[in-house]
Design a binder for this molecule. Sequence first.
Ligand code: IMP
Length: 196
Amino acid sequence: MKPVITKLLIASHNLGKVKEIRDMLAPYNVEVVSAEELKMPDVPETGKTFEENARLKAETLCKMSGFFCLADDSGLCVNCLGGRPGVLSARYAPDRDFDKGMDLLLEEIKNSGSVDRSAYFACVLALANPNGKTLIFEGRVDGHIADKKSGKKGFGYDPIFVPDGFDKTFANFSEEEKNKISHRGKAFLKFITEVF
Ligand code: IMP
């Protein structure tokens, strides 16, 4: 049975992310509030997997607030690097400078000597219910790491990630085009279809 959600807390301090989720949920008659707006703490991402981190954030803020709480965690996993940077994707870039982070990653792949450049983006959403049950929704997009950066759109590692079936990086996709195939787009589609 679908849970009845009238108020949803988003476990994020990123108002851009919160706006995107608010827009997506506009048709569903649910009040969306955020950890930023309610001045709730930033829950440290201490987990070893995307799911552990998403659960930790959602369940901690759900317990504190008594509201349904949605949290996400995502990142880029490069196969020849044993899945790194993975859950450390945001912290891999020095001073969160992704231009430097991408250079570092391209250098690491080159130094690995591997010809395998396959990689994937993963996103896990956790919806914590005040009744103690948490639902998990996952999305993944497979592809490879390009030889060099290309494109100006998107964010993070988009300029070096080429999704399977295309010959351009995510940084050359429109937002709408990316959302249709992206890890985050897929996870959110599952969340909305199964919950609302
Ligand atoms: P978080 O999910 O907010 O912890 O962020 C994870 C990190 O993964 C981001 O800071 C980006 O570096 C990277 N990342 C996640 N999704 C994407 C994407 O769609 N494009 C590029 N980078 C991404």
